[in-house]
Design a protein around this ligand. Structure first.
Ligand code: ATP
Ligand code: SF4
Ligand code: MG
Length: 335
């Protein structure tokens, strides 16, 4: 059963996830807040190590020691997953929330044929008979751009190529028709046409079924084409968030500006974003300053303390003392 439309599918409030390593406490996710309404798609972007996967794992309750949620709430249809008992959490994970992992073998069962796994996925949420479920599975493989789907249904995962496995894993997530999908860069390695086809199917599921999606990626062009909202992470924190069009057209944070600016004009798909000069700080030894200070052209004395999140433009938030707010917008708001 889906919750009433007034309750967001997901509301993450001030999430903090730390790793208690022998070298010290590593704040992988620090004060992350996100809201996702039914049917909305959020693109979660940021450099390697910025905390995207740990955010996804925290929401799914998949953290292993030495990782632990040390603060915040994760409200799924109004219920806090952080304090939910293990049994209820597992029931939700199997049914209403799905993750598409970077590694499809985290989803696929190596000892079951593809058709068995896909039929299970259909029957988990509907009363479809085996034949009907199999037919739906075959059609969904076709929608993922898989040729000879009948043959693939009879295969075991190890008989498929990596790209094929990934598409089967995505198909299984879609067949579950969950209320929330968290996808961790699942299409990066796929051919550009196939990726476009899959993204269009995913978007259709969101619009038609009301599934909310978090799509983790390095590829800003994917976010531009797929997502409604975007959150940019840096060193475990969200530094900018808002509607995709607003953030990509008018980035306020120097880091977001750098990401957009560093896109090669002939950016090849799947290519990692070109580096912004300088290094991300070591999370074990975070300075008490703004985490971006060492790389920032706009750094000032004020930046020796950590900036909080502000909303200089309606629905467009940023964590920076000197956001690039256009002058006319400031005049307009104050006028
Ligand atoms: N099991 C672990 N033990 C200790 N530190 C960890 C562990 N897992 C992740 N981290 C640390 O948490 C931080 C965030 O990692 P995360 O995997 O979320 O980054 P990411 O944004 O997903 O990066 P990528 O784009 O490379 O996938 C990193 O500094 C990473 O080293
Ligand atoms: S707070 Fe200061 S150092 Fe940090 S991004 Fe903004 S201007 Fe740069
Ligand atoms: Mg990751």
């Amino acid at each position: 059963m889906s919750a009433p439309t007034s309750v967001p599918t997901l509301e993450v409030r001030n999430l903090r996830t730390h790793f208690f390593t022998p070298g010290g406490v590593l704040p992988a996710v620090d004060d992350v807040s996100l809201t996702l309404e039914r049917g909305r798609i959020l693109g979660l972007v940021g450099e390697s190590g910025s905390g995207k996967t740990v955010t996804g794992f925290s929401i799914l309750g998949l953290l292993d020691a030495p990782g632990r949620i040390v603060g915040g709430q994760i409200l799924f249809q109004g219920r806090d997953l952080v304090t939910l008992d293990k049994k209820s959490l597992r029931a939700l994970q199997g049914n209403r929330i799905a993750m598409i992992f970077q590694d499809p073998m985290m989803t696929l069962n190596p000892v079951l044929r593809v058709d068995e796994q896909m039929i299970d996925a259909v029957q988990a949420h509907s009363k479809a008979g085996r034949e009907q479920a199999r037919e739906l599975a075959r059609d969904t493989l076709g929608m993922m751009g898989i040729a000879s789907p009948e043959e693939r249904l009879r295969a075991y995962p190890h008989q498929l190529s990596g790209g094929m496995r990934q598409r089967v894993a995505i198909a299984i997530a879609l067949l579950h028709k969950p209320d929330l999908i968290i996808a961790d860069e699942p299409t990066t390695a796929l051919d550009v046409t196939i990726q476009a086809q899959i993204l269009s199917e995913v978007q259709k599921l969101a619009r038609q079924h009301g599934t909310a999606l978090i799509w983790i990626t390095h590829d800003l062009s994917v976010v531009a084409g797929l997502a409604d909202d975007i959150a940019v992470m840096y060193s475990g924190r969200i530094v900018e968030q808002g509607k995709v069009a607003d953030v990509l057209d008018q980035p306020l944070h120097p880091y977001t500006q750098g990401l957009i600016g560093s896109l090669p004009s002939n950016n090849r798909r799947g290519e990692r974003l070109r580096q912004i000069p300088g290094l991300t700080p070591n999370l074990l030894h975070l300075p008490p300053t703004c985490a971006f200070a060492a790389r920032c052209e706009r750094v000032s004395e004020q930046c020796l303390t950590r900036p909080g999140m502000t909303e200089p433009l309606p629905g467009h938030a940023v964590r920076c003392f000197h956001p690039a707010v256009p002058v006319h917008a400031v005049e307009f708001r104050h006028g």
